[in-house]
Write a protein that binds this ligand. Structure first.
Ligand code: FES
Length: 117
């Protein structure tokens, strides 16, 4: 029997203000030297995933967001920004999902997922 390990996260790092993000869509940020796609969906939720497509290592934040699916601009794979799971080929490997928090002033913090780069 193999247990699925719970994700672990580093310390939250201040990344930007909520107003710095597009109303809906993605923007690139660097968090502790790691490129992260910061995504705001139509419902106002903010998500953070690795900004590197697992198929051929291009920037996902340059892709189009539809609902909760971020489409890679190069070959069209889509990733669910809530889970990091690819939902369309050719990518088959998920991207890491990071923890996002927003304080009462609108400051956005990201705690990087550890253990997978
Ligand atoms: S590089 Fe993203 S799908 Fe090919």
């Amino acid at each position: 029997m193999s247990a699925v390990a719970e994700p672990t996260y580093g310390e939250p790092v201040h990344v930007c203000h909520r107003d710095d993000l597009p109303e809906t869509g993605a923007a690139q940020a660097e968090v502790d030297g790691r490129l992260v796609a910061m995504i705001r969906t139509e419902d106002g939720a903010i998500h953070a995933i690795d900004d590197t497509c697992t198929h051929a290592a291009v920037s996902l934040s340059e892709g189009e967001l539809e609902g909760c699916q971020l489409e890679c601009w190069l070959h069209g794979s889509t990733f669910d920004v809530r889970t990091g799971q690819p939902s369309g080929l050719p990518a088959t490997v998920p991207v890491a999902v990071h923890q996002v928090s927003v304080d009462e002033t609108g400051a956005v913090y990201v705690a990087l997922a550890t253990g997978r780069r």
